[in-house]
Design a protein around this ligand. Structure first.
Ligand code: COS
Length: 382
């Protein structure tokens, strides 16, 4: 399919693909087995300027948009979702600053993020606030010139490894969603520590930790926008980021599909390569079609975001839910096409299947995405 990418977008795709093939594929199994954070690969991405893709030129980035980011995320995901999650979560954590930061905050933080010198993490989720994002209990209380943070964030991607954290906390619990605010917190601030690294089913190269705030004092200038804007900042951040999760789905589906086709051409049963059997062909045909459909939707939504459209909530949710449901289906079927071999660690598809599951869960479960789309449909009919 021709997606009418510009020469520059093709260059970004080829660069990310080359890094994925040369630097990620050879180590992905080891990273998964050892649950090792992919610092070496992050350094390569930084040297290749890929951290600066979506950051404006005036803050040291390349000034590209959501489509370029999705293209890079897709290529990395084709090789390893643990690596691409680390990279994509950095963008997730950066969006609050990019969308709501003051010029001063942008000047202070974005150049280091664009160069890959400092990683970012987004802290919204808590033990009792997952789908119910407005239910967070971490508090931020203004005392003189400082906000004092107390509470614990759970399952934070890049936790412990990142140096910059965008945190949602309640400044006024009585106001519900309208009582939340967003803050920038730097690693090393007294009162800010990390819990143990979580042991996960998949995306094991990525780091997932608790963030613990105990009377953590930050300058009051570290608030993003103003008090009460935290929930909106979180929602707009997710609106911008969810197309990227869709791109992760497209990438891992493509990776699994490629493996399944390669295997089906080589594996001989009943005297013929199994790809000549219609039962296998039909599975591969569906996998190819659905992956392409997911890619078309993700790219369209990314272009829609880049057009400056104001309301992207429904479209982002659509890209996320469709592409990640397809990713789960395609990776499961890649294992099925490859049979016993697909189930073995010697081949990469069992990892892809384990990895893909998180895409239906994080950045809003796929049930929440359907709620978001449903709510948008109700609003439109009013
Ligand atoms: N953009 C702008 N504003 C938004 C918005 C969006 N995408 N979504 C909601 N809002 C606004 C609403 O308009 C409402 O404003 P008012 O107070 O002026 O009416 C306010 O925010 C509260 O919205 P709502 O009542 O819809 O909030 P709910 O508590 O019902 O929650 C969902 C809405 C479920 C959509 C939200 O909690 C959510 O996205 N949950 C999933 C969280 C998630 O993705 N977690 C993953 C972890 S982060 S990696």
């Amino acid at each position: 399919m021709d997606y009418f990418l510009t020469e520059e977008q093709i260059m970004i795709r080829d660069l990310a693909r080359q890094i994925a093939e040369e630097k990620v594929v050879p180590v992905r199994r080891e990273l998964d087995e050892k649950e090792e954070f992919p610092w070496e690969i992050m350094k390569v991405l930084a040297q290749s300027d890929l951290f600066g893709l979506f950051i404006p030129e005036e803050y040291g980035g390349l000034g590209k948009g959501s489509l370029e980011l999705c293209i890079a995320v897709e290529e990395l995901s084709r090789a390893c979702l643990g690596v691409s999650t680390t990279y994509a979560a950095n963008a997730l954590g950066t969006y609050p600053i990019l969308l709501f930061g003051s010029d001063e905050q942008k000047k202070k933080y974005l150049p280091d993020i664009a160069s890959g010198k400092r990683l970012v993490a987004f802290g919204l989720t808590e033990a009792n606030a997952g789908s119910d994002a407005a239910g967070i209990q971490t508090t931020a209380k203004l005392e003189g010139n400082e906000y004092v943070l107390n509470g614990t964030k759970q399952w934070i991607t890049n936790g412990g490894e990142a140096e910059i954290y965008t945190i949602i906390a309640m400044t006024d619990r009585t106001k519900g969603a309208r009582g939340a605010s967003a803050f920038i917190v730097e690693k090393g601030t007294p009162g800010f520590t990390f819990g143990k690294k979580e042991e996960k089913m998949g995306i094991r190269a990525s780091s997932t930790r608790e963030l613990i705030f105990e009377n953590c004092r930050i300058p009051k200038e570290n608030i993003l926008s103003k008090e009460g804007m935290g929930f909106i900042i979180a929602m707009k951040t997710l609106d911008n980021s969810r197309a990227g999760v869709g791109a992760q789905g497209v990438g891992v589906a493509q990776g699994a599909f490629d493996e399944a086709v390669k295997f089906a051409k080589q594996r001989v049963q009943f005297g013929h390569p199994i790809i000549t059997f219609q039962a296998v062909q039909h599975m591969l045909a569906d996998m190819a079609t659905e992956t392409e459909a997911a890619r078309a939707l993700v790219y369209s939504v990314a272009r829609y975001i880049d057009s400056g459209a104001k309301d992207i909530t429904k479209e982002s949710a659509m890209a996320k839910v469709y592409a990640t449901d397809i990713a789960m289906k395609v990776t499961v079927n890649a294992v099925q096409v490859m049979g016993g071999s697909g189930y073995m660690r010697e081949y990469p598809v069992e990892k892809m299947m384990r990895d893909a599951k998180i895409l239906q869960i994080y950045e809003g479960t796929n049930q929440i995405q359907r709620n978001v789309i449903g709510q948008a449909l109700i609003k439109k009919q009013r």
